[in-house]
Design a protein around this ligand. Structure first.
Ligand SMILES: Cc1cc2nc3c(=O)[nH]c(=O)nc-3n(C[C@H](O)[C@H](O)[C@H](O)COP(=O)(O)OP(=O)(O)OC[C@H]3O[C@@H](n4cnc5c(N)ncnc54)[C@H](O)[C@@H]3O)c2cc1C
Length: 353
C-alpha cells in the first residue's frame, strides 16, 4: 500500500486547489477522481474576486459585466458584475494540471469506495493507499461524507443546454424568476460566445418534498414556451444535468483527520447556486491548515480550517440560507416573486438590508 501525507478525493476546483497547495509545500499528495476526466455540469460563471486567478489553459468563453434579473412579468433590474464564463471542463482540467505539475499523483477513473477501518487510508477502484490526512472534495453527493455517516444535503437539481446559433445579450448574465419554469430557483442564459449561450435552470427539492415534473421538462418548457422562447431557437449541442447543495454549511467540516471542502461541505450559495469561488477559497484555507498540521505533526491544528472557513463563509451563507427558507415557506408563486423578489435576490439592496 502506497503511503501519502494527504489523500484528496475529487478533482474539482476544491480538490485540485487543496492538492496543489499541499504538494507545493513538498508533501506527498494523492488525488483520486471518479471520472476519466473533469466534466462537472456547470454554467461556468466565475466571479472575479481578490483570490481569483484563472488557470492558464482554461477557455474563457465570455466576459460578464452585468447581471439582468427578470421578474415574472419580465420587467428587469440590472446590476454590475465582474466575472467570466468559462468552459467548465477546461477550467477544472487546467486546475488539475496545475496540481499535477506541483507533484500531485492523480488517479483518474478511481472512485473512493471506502475508508480503511482505522481511518488512516482509503480504498478505491483499483487499489488502496494510506494517508495522514484525507480531504473529501467529492462534491454534493460526497462519498466521503456518506462513509462518515453524515446526512445527505438538501439540493437544487439543475439542467442546462448549450445552444448555438442564438444571440445572447453581450457581457450579460440573464436570470429569470418564474415559478412556471423554475420553481424555487431560477432560469439562466449565460453567453458562451457571440452566437451561443448556456441556457439552464434549477428547481429545489428538499429532503422532505419531491417534485412531480422533471427538471428536463421544465427546461424544455422554458426554451419552447417562455417569453424568451423566440430568442432560444438555436441548435442544442449539449445537455447536462446535475445538482448543488442548498442547505448551507455542514455542522462539522473537520472530523478527526478528514476534512470536507467545497460542495461536499455545503459551500455553494443556497440562493444563487454559485460554488466555484467558495470551493477554491476553502481549498486554499484547507491547504494552509494541512501544511501547518503536518509541519507540527498535530492533527488538531486541522480544526483551524473549520474556524477560518466559518469566519469567511458563514455570514453570507447563513443569510442566503435564511432567504432560501423564506422562499420555501412562501412557496414563491409568481405573485409573491413579483412583489418580494428584491428581498430574496442578491442584486437588490433589500436583500442585504
Ligand atoms: C448545472 C449547474 C450549473 C452551475 N453553475 C455554476 C456557475 O455558473 N458558477 C458557480 O460558481 N457554480 C456553479 N455551479 C455549482 C458548482 O458547479 C459547484 O459549486 C462546484 O463545482 C463545487 O466544486 P467542488 O470542487 O466542491 O465539487 P465538484 O466540482 O462537484 O467536484 C467534485 C469532484 O469529485 C468527483 N467525485 C465524486 N465522487 C467521487 C468519488 N467517490 N471518488 C472520487 N471522486 C469523486 C467528481 O467526479 C468531481 O470531479 C453549478 C452547478 C450545476 C449543477
Amino acid at each position: 500500500m502506497t503511503d501519502y501525507d494527504v489523500i484528496v478525493i475529487g478533482a474539482g476546483p476544491a480538490g485540485s486547489t487543496v492538492a496543489k497547495i499541499a504538494a507545493n509545500a513538498g508533501y506527498r499528495v494523492l488525488m483520486l477522481e471518479k471520472k476519466a476526466s473533469c466534466n462537472s455540469p456547470c454554467a461556468g460563471y466565475v466571479g472575479y474576486t481578490i483570490n481569483t486567478e484563472l488557470p492558464e489553459n482554461c477557455a474563457i468563453q465570455s466576459r460578464i459585466t452585468r447581471m439582468r434579473t427578470y421578474f415574472p412579468d419580465m420587467t428587469f433590474h440590472d446590476f454590475p458584475l465582474n466575472g467570466f464564463v468559462v468552459d467548465r471542463p477546461s477550467f477544472d482540467m487546467a486546475l488539475a494540471e496545475e496540481a499535477r505539475n506541483s507533484g500531485v499523483d492523480i488517479r483518474w477513473g478511481s472512485p473512493l469506495t471506502d475508508l480503511t477501518p482505522d481511518g488512516d487510508g482509503v480504498m478505491f477502484r483499483g487499489g488502496e493507499a494510506s494517508g495522514k490526512i484525507i480531504v473529501g472534495a467529492d462534491g454534493v453527493f460526497s462519498k466521503t461524507a456518506s462513509l462518515l455517516e453524515l446526512s445527505r444535503q438538501d439540493i437544487a437539481v439543475c439542467a442546462q443546454y448549450h445552444l448555438k446559433g442564438i444571440e445572447p445579450l453581450e457581457n450579460t448574465s440573464e436570470i429569470f424568476f418564474n415559478a412556471d419554469y423554475a420553481p424555487g430557483a431560477y432560469a439562466w442564459i449565460y453567453p458562451s460566445g457571440p452566437d451561443s449561450a448556456k441556457v439552464g435552470l434549477g428547481i429545489t427539492i428538499t429532503s422532505s418534498t419531491g417534485g412531480s415534473r422533471s427538471v428536463h421538462d421544465y427546461l424544455d418548457a422554458f426554451i419552447n414556451e417562455s417569453e424568451v422562447a423566440n430568442r432560444l431557437g438555436g441548435e442544442k449541442t449539449e445537455y447536462t444535468v446535475g445538482a448543488l447543495p442548498v442547505g448551507g454549511l455542514r455542522e462539522k467540516l473537520c472530523i478527526g483527520n478528514v476534512m470536507l471542502v467545497g460542495d461536499s461541505a455545503g459551500m455553494a450559495d443556497p440562493i444563487t447556486g454559485a460554488g466555484i469561488n467558495n470551493a477554491i477559497l476553502a481549498g486554499e484555507v484547507a491547504g494552509k491548515a494541512i501544511i501547518n498540521s503536518l509541519e507540527n505533526d498535530d492533527l488538531v491544528l486541522l480544526t483551524r480550517y473549520e474556524r477560518q472557513v466559518r469566519r469567511l463563509l458563514e455570514r453570507p451563507l447563513t443569510r442566503s440560507l435564511e432567504k432560501r427558507g423564506q422562499m420555501n415557506i412562501l412557496g414563491t408563486p409568481n405573485e409573491v416573486l413579483q412583489e418580494r423578489l428584491p428581498e430574496l435576490w442578491v442584486t437588490f439592496k433589500e436583500y442585504w438590508g
